[in-house]
Design a protein around this ligand. Structure first.
Ligand code: CTP
Length: 402
């Protein structure tokens, strides 16, 4: 339908990028990227009239996005003709625009395109051997300065490597090292780094990606020299497990995961990393507070839980109460014994849910004058309940009377 419309209205439209890549790999990808050789915004307006849904346009970039009623997205971009030194002879005039547009992209596997116009619908464009690299599992940049021009591509390379079990080729690896030697990541704003870290934790196995980033010196490029790289690798592996266990139990949500990984990472870096994250990463106040609490006393709270002596459930509760879910998940990942890990898990799965049913009103009815005594009574009741001495609300009321 998009192709018919393009043909009728005199546009040239192509399906490109991740959509084509995943189509050839047989991987589901609900977002469709379309490049239009003329004005993409006006074309998108014509399409939305047909398909319905909502349109958002970004005049400055010559792009528009249609969100269909079922949630799928179609991105429209105007083909860009920036100058890049072409290694090969100029293509036929007709193909110049789309070829230029594809050449400025990150990796060859993302330069594949299909013509959508109905007269040549489905014609496959592969100017840069993208299909071969897709088949051979190569992540390959198109030009030497690709990572320097856009350092976020460093993170994208690692994500694609892990997602598809692909590998950067030798040339790409040396461009990457070259970019790191020039400290390109320090030129990226904290917000953009956060976006990339968020994208990493949305992949199926973030720990593999972070470990590769550590080995390639990418994380050091952001945070300074790692103080205990071997330990960090272990911690990252354990973080996947902790996150998975807590997600399966619906104790932690996907939106919380990035903060957990940040805590684990910062823990293996000098103080400077903590300061960079707090000051430069543009985090909201709540997240900054969580990180700050974790490293200023939070981590020490588990000291008591490390000892092998018996602890009542209420003692475990008191040690962990008021720590955020992110901190507790990170502590589980950093725990150096099963005993400690199990105690934190017990708190998360059971102890933190133990509720006192007696209310302030109940206490009033019993003739107790409101005041600080109320919270003392409630916490005493919780202690009794946690330790299994009392169970029901009647037990609670009897305990107070007694
Ligand atoms: N792109 C690029 N450089 C970037 C980001 C994107 O060249 N730093 C190009 C790639 O060609 C990519 C396209 O823009 O295919 C669309 O970007 P995006 O939707 O972010 O990428 P996908 O490849 O679809 O990645 P993902 O599957 O992770 O969404």
């Amino acid at each position: 339908l998009i192709g018919q419309k393009a043909q009728k209205e005199g546009y040239k439209a192509y399906a490109v990028g991740g959509f084509v890549r995943d189509l050839l790999l047989g991987v589901p990808n609900l977002d469709i990227d379309i490049v239009v050789e003329q004005d993409a915004i006006s074309f998108a307006h014509k399409i939305v009239k047909y398909l319905g849904g909502e349109i958002k346009e970004y005049e400055k970039f010559g792009t528009a996005t249609i969100t269909l009623k079922d949630g799928r997205k179609i991105d429209f971009a105007t083909a860009r003709m920036e100058f890049y030194p072409f290694p090969a002879a100029m293509p036929e005039v007709e193909e110049t625009t789309i070829k230029h547009d594809l050449y400025r992209r990150d990796f060859t596997i993302n330069t594949l395109a299909f013509r959508l116009n109905s007269d040549r619908f489905g014609e496959f464009l592969d100017f840069f051997e993208g299909r071969k690299d897709l088949e051979q599992g190569n992540i390959k940049v198109l030009y030497n300065l690709s990572f320097v021009e856009d350092p976020t591509r460093i993170f994208r390379a690692l994500r694609f490597e892990s997602r598809y079990s692909f590998q950067m080729d030798e040339g790409t690896m040396s461009f990457l090292h070259n970019a790191l030697e020039n400290n390109v990541l320090q030129k990226l704003s904290g917000t953009r780094i956060m976006e990339q870290l968020q994208a990493i934790v949305s992949e199926p196995n973030p720990s593999v990606i972070f470990t590769r980033a550590l080995e390639l010196g990418i994380i050091d490029n952001i945070f300074g020299q790692c103080t205990k790289p071997q330990q960090l690798k272990k911690d990252l592996r354990k973080t996947v497990d902790s996150v998975q266990i807590l997600q399966e139990k619906s104790i932690i949500e996907q939106k919380d995961v990035l903060l957990v990984y940040l805590l684990v990472l910062i823990n293996s870096y000098p103080k400077k990393a903590f300061e960079i994250v707090l000051n430069d990463f543009n985090l909201e106040k709540g997240s900054r507070l969580i990180i700050s609490n974790f490293f200023n006393g939070g981590l020490d709270r588990i000291e008591r839980l490390k000892s092998s002596k018996h602890l009542d459930p209420s003692e475990i509760y008191d040690a962990l109460n008021s720590l955020s879910i992110h901190c507790l998940c990170a502590m589980m990942a950093l725990a150096d014994s099963d005993l400690l890990k199990n105690r934190i898990f017990l708190y998360l799965e059971e102890l933190q849910k133990v509720d006192v049913e007696t209310t302030g009103n109940d206490l009033k009815k019993m003739g107790i004058e409101p005041g600080p005594i109320y919270s003392k009574i409630i916490s005493r009741l919780r202690q009794q309940k946690l330790n299994g001495q009392i169970h029901t609300k009647d037990d609670e009321l009897n305990y107070i009377k007694g």
